[in-house]
Design a protein around this ligand. Structure first.
Ligand code: GDP
Ligand code: MG
Length: 437
C-alpha cells in the first residue's frame, strides 16, 4: 500500500500548483490508505471532508510538490486529530489514586495493568494491583504471577466474591499496606454485554476512579468504534491504551476511537514483556496509519530547507529594518515549528546562542501572540504606533486576551525592533548589547 501512495505522489509530482482537482485526486488514495489501515469508514469520510476544506486554496510550500503538500496536510491533520501528547496519568492530590482498566477480553488489560504498575513503581510510587476479574479461571493467577515478578503486591479475595466488593476492599488494603496507586484489573467479555457494563458501572460508582482507561487491541478492526463508543457512553472513559502495536497492524482503530470518543490515547503497548509500554506519540502513529514513512521524511527535509530560506529572508528584512508585526508572527510560527529558539539564532551570523540565554517562548505564548496579531487590521500590523487605547481594547476582545497581553506584545515587538536597529551595526552585537524580547 505504501507503494500505492507513493505512486499517487509521483503522479502529482510533475504538477506545479495545488488545485482543487489535485487535492481530490490525492485524497482518493488517502481514503483508500485509511480504509486499508482499518479506520472506520465514517471517520474516514469526515476526516477527508475536513482536510479537503483545509487543503484547497492552501499555498504549496516551496520545494514541495502538490502531492507532497497534500500528504503533509493530511499528516498534520492526523496528528491533530489524535491529539497532543497527553500521556500522564492523573494522580490524585490525596492518595490513593484509583486507576480502573476496562476493555474486551483479550485486549491486554491484565498485561497492561502489570506494565503500568511497573512504570509507576519506577516513578517511586507504590502500586497495588487488584484482581477483579473473577470469571476467567486463570485471571487471578495471571495477575499474581505478574505482581510477583514485578515485586508489586496483588490484592485478591478469590473468585467467589462480588468484584464490586473486592474493589471497595482494595482501598482499605491500600491504606493498610501504604500503597498510593490502586490499579484495578476488571473482567472483559468477548463482546459488549449488559452484565459486563453493569458490573463496571457499579465498580466505578463504588470506587470513584481517577482514571478509567480503555484498553484496545490495535488489531481490532471496524468494530473498534462500537466498542469504544459503548464503553465511553456507558461507563465514561478518561483515556485509551492501544496494545499490540508491535504487530504489523497499521493501527487505524486508534484513529477511529480517538475520533468518536474524543478521549486521548495515553500509552501504547509494544510487546508482551513488562517494559513494553510507551508514551503515545501522535506523529509516529499518524505516519504508521498513513503507511508512507519515506514520503514523510522527504517532506520533513523539504520543510527544513524551507525554514532556513525563510530565516534568511527574515534576516534580510531585519537588516533593512522593514520588520513588521506580520514578520514577527511569522518568526514566532517558525520558532514553534523548529523547536528551540537557539536553532533559529544559529542561522543568524554574528549572534551566539549564549546571548539568548533565558529566552523562553512556549507554545501557549505563541498561540496567544498569534491570536492577538490575527485580531489586528492590516494597517495596525504595518504600523503598530496607531494602536491607541480603544484599538487595544478591541484587539484584546477579538483575540480573547487581555489588554495587558496586547500591551506586552507591543512592547516586545518594539524592543525587538530596537534590537534590529542594533543589528544594523555588527559592532553592537559583538559588544553584546543585544537584548531580545
Ligand atoms: P485481557 O483479557 O484483556 O486481560 O488480556 P491479557 O492481558 O490477558 O492479554 C491477552 C494476550 O495479549 C496475552 O497473550 C498478552 O501477552 C498479549 N498482549 C497484551 N499486550 C500486548 C502487546 O502490547 N503486544 C503483544 N504482542 N501482545 C500483547
Ligand atoms: Mg485479564
Amino acid at each position: 500500500l505504501a507503494s500505492k501512495l507513493q505512486e499517487t505522489f509521483k503522479k502529482l509530482r510533475s504538477k506545479g500548483k495545488l488545485t482543487e482537482k489535485d487535492v481530490k485526486e490525492a485524497m482518493k488514495d488517502v481514503k483508500i490508505a485509511l480504509l486499508e489501515a482499518d479506520v472506520n469508514y465514517k471517520v474516514v469520510k469526515d476526516f477527508i471532508n475536513k482536510v479537503n476544506e483545509k487543503a484547497v486554496g492552501q499555498e504549496v510550500l516551496e520545494s514541495l510538490t502538490p502531492g507532497q503538500q497534500v500528504i503533509k496536510i493530511v499528516h498534520n491533520e492526523l496528528v491533530e486529530l489524535m491529539g497532543k501528547t497527553n500521556t500522564h496519568i492523573n494522580f490524585a492530590s490525596k492518595p490513593p489514586t484509583v486507576i480502573m482498566f476496562v476493555g474486551l477480553q483479550g485486549s491486554g488489560k491484565t498485561t497492561t495493568c502489570g506494565k503500568l504498575a511497573a512504570n509507576i513503581k519506577k516513578q517511586g510510587k507504590r502500586p497495588l494491583l487488584v484482581a477483579a476479574d473473577v470469571y476467567r479461571p486463570a485471571a487471578i493467577k495471571q495477575l499474581q504471577v505478574l505482581g510477583q515478578n514485578l515485586d508489586v503486591p496483588v490484592f485478591t479475595m478469590g473468585n467467589n466474591i462480588n468484584p464490586v466488593d473486592i474493589c471497595k476492599n482494595s482501598i482499605n488494603e491500600a491504606g493498610r499496606i501504604g500503597s498510593d496507586v490502586i490499579i484495578i484489573d476488571t473482567a472483559g467479555r468477548l463482546h459488549i454485554d449488559d452484565e459486563m457494563m453493569n458490573e463496571l458501572k457499579e465498580i466505578k460508582e463504588a470506587v470513584k476512579p481517577h482514571e478509567v482507561l480503555l484498553v484496545v487491541d490495535a488489531m481490532t478492526g471496524q468494530d473498534a468504534v462500537n466498542v469504544a463508543q459503548n464503553f465511553n457512553e456507558q461507563i465514561g472513559i478518561d483515556g485509551l491504551i492501544l496494545t499490540k502495536l508491535d504487530g504489523d497492524t497499521r493501527g487505524g482503530a486508534a484513529l477511529s476511537i480517538r475520533a468518536v470518543t474524543g478521549k486521548p490515547i495515553k500509552f501504547v503497548g509494544t510487546g508482551e514483556k513488562m517494559d513494553a509500554l510507551e508514551p503515545f506519540h501522535p506523529d509516529r502513529l499518524a505516519s504508521r496509519i498513513l503507511g508512507m514513512g519515506d514520503v514523510l521524511s522527504l517532506i520533513e527535509k523539504a520543510q527544513e530547507n524551507y525554514d532556513i530560506k525563510k530565516a534568511e529572508e527574515l534576516q534580510e528584512k531585519l537588516l533593512k529594518q522593514q520588520f513588521t508585526l506580520e514578520d514577527f508572527l511569522d518568526q514566532l510560527q517558525q520558532i514553534k515549528r523548529m523547536g528551540p529558539l537557539s536553532q533559529l539564532v544559529e542561522m543568524i551570523p554574528g549572534l551566539s546562542p549564549k546571548q539568548l540565554a533565558g529566552v523562553n517562548i512556549n507554545d501557549r505564548d505563541v498561540s496567544k501572540i498569534e491570536a492577538i496579531i490575527n485580531s489586528m487590521t492590516k494597517a495596525e500590523r504595518k504600523d503598530p504606533s496607531i494602536i491607541n487605547g480603544s484599538r487595544r481594547k478591541r484587539i484584546a476582545m477579538g483575540s480573547g486576551t487581555s489588554i495587558q497581553d496586547v500591551n506586552r506584545l507591543l512592547k516586545e515587538f518594539s524592543e525587538t525592533k530596537k534590537m534590529m536597529k542594533m543589528f544594523g551595526s555588527a559592532d553592537s552585537i559583538k559588544k553584546g548589547k543585544l537584548k531580545l524580547p
